[in-house]
Ligand binder design. Structure first.
Ligand SMILES: Cc1ncc(COP(=O)(O)O)c(C=O)c1O
Length: 371
């Protein structure tokens, strides 16, 4: 239970939200309506038993997975020559699975270094092949025409939204080699140009549900190239042939993704998610830009994350006070990534507008009182 609000102006918001809101960038909240559906399905689902004990071998699970895939395909307009896989292991497993599946005989790949998560992907890929840095994107993404990608590169990897650093690719680059993208924190928050993409993956705990499921969308012609010795559960072709059921699939996270995807569809689809992300992040950046340097963000305009704005206080010593007051105001989990520091606000689609409004008022208020 959150303590009574100590920040003038936020008590009215508290009345609407006694538990406060989590702005965690690590896991997005489930909207109340979806949380209720999930709670109900844990008791009974579609006239049967609990979703928690649904066997993956049942026809009901196959239907659930097919409906989940169809909804994802409709929302993202995934072309027919891409396969959709529902896998275990988080995005971190894909840091290994991508090189194991895509390097083929070429052995070399290019990666854009854009911050914490791309570096994690790079460090893992090093174990499997000759990894070259195509470009460094720290405050902005340089023009892809100037990226250094050897002709022998099997693919180029990017992280479309750097969750820990707050840098986002404005668009997918058009490259001469297959593009592989970690889209863990911004899948479904904008349209994707599949003519530019060969493989995209996203763990689902931020935008479409709970931990335990990773969605991989891969162009069919890239299947069948896994390096010898690749564990079969990591092999995209083996998983595609087995309809992602080579081992017991993550049934419950697939169910939650099913509910989240259908909710996104009811709310207006990817276009509505993109508009909301632009509007909500703009409200946060407006306070930052108008603060006279009190709040600072590293990413250049045009490359600022619309889902995980990251910023710092010019006087870093005030950060602890900021966190305390934010918590007291019911605004939780605003601490930056442990290895990056600062402040970050996860504005994933499951977070209601009223939470973003409360955050913006708090930022304004803190600036007025401490700036
Ligand atoms: C962009 C990005 N990639 C990868 C990961 C790692 O995901 P997982 O913990 O599911 O392996 C995260 C987690 O925050 C992330 O934000």
């Amino acid at each position: 239970m959150v303590q009574p609000c100590s920040v003038e102006g936020l008590c009215a918001t508290h009345a609407a939200c006694p538990g406060g809101w989590s702005f965690s960038a690590a896991a997005g909240p489930l909207p109340a309506e979806v949380a209720d559906e999930v709670a109900e399905a844990c008791r009974a689902w579609r006239g049967g038993g609990s979703i928690l004990s649904l066997p993956f071998t049942a026809a009901a699970y196959r239907e659930l997975q097919e409906e989940t895939e169809s909804c994802l395909r409709r929302l993202l307009e995934v072309p027919g020559h891409f396969r959709v896989l529902f896998l275990h292991g988080g995005a971190t497993t894909q840091f290994a699975a991508v090189p194991l599946n895509l390097l083929g005989a070429r052995r070399g790949a290019s990666y854009v270094d854009s911050g914490h998560w791309s570096r994690r992907a790079i460090r893992e890929a090093w174990r499997y092949g000759d990894v070259r840095i195509a470009a460094s994107a720290l405050e902005r993404v340089p023009d892809p025409a100037g990226w250094h990608i050897p002709a022998r590169a099997a693919y180029c990897h990017i992280t479309t939204n750097e969750t820990a650093d707050g840098l986002q690719f404005a668009e997918l680059p058009r490259l001469a080699v297959p593009l592989a993208a970690d889209m863990t924190s911004d899948l479904l928050t904008r349209r994707l140009d599949f003519s530019r993409l060969a493989l995209g993956y996203a763990a689902t705990q931020k935008v479409i549900g709970v931990p335990g499921l990773t969605v991989v969308i891969v162009r069919e012609d890239l299947l069948g190239r896994a390096r010898p010795g690749t564990p079969r559960t990591f092999d995209f072709s083996a998983q595609a042939e087995a309809a992602s059921r080579l081992a017991t699939p993550p049934v419950f996270p697939v169910f939650v993704a099913h509910r989240m995807l259908h909710r996104i569809e009811r709310e207006g689809g990817v276009a509505a998610m993109a508009a909301a992300a632009a509007r909500r992040s703009a409200a946060v950046y407006r306070v930052i830009d108008g603060s006279g340097g009190f709040y600072r963000t590293a990413a250049a305009p045009g490359f600022r994350s619309r889902v995980t704005p990251c910023f710092r206080l010019a006087d870093e010593a005030l950060t602890a006070r900021f966190m305390e007051e934010a918590e007291a105001a019911g605004l939780r989990d605003l601490r930056g990534h442990p290895q990056v520091g600062g402040i970050r606000a996860g504005l994933y689609p499951g977070l209601p507008d009223v939470a973003v409004e409360a955050l913006v008022s708090f930022l304004d208020d803190f600036l007025r009182r401490r700036g």
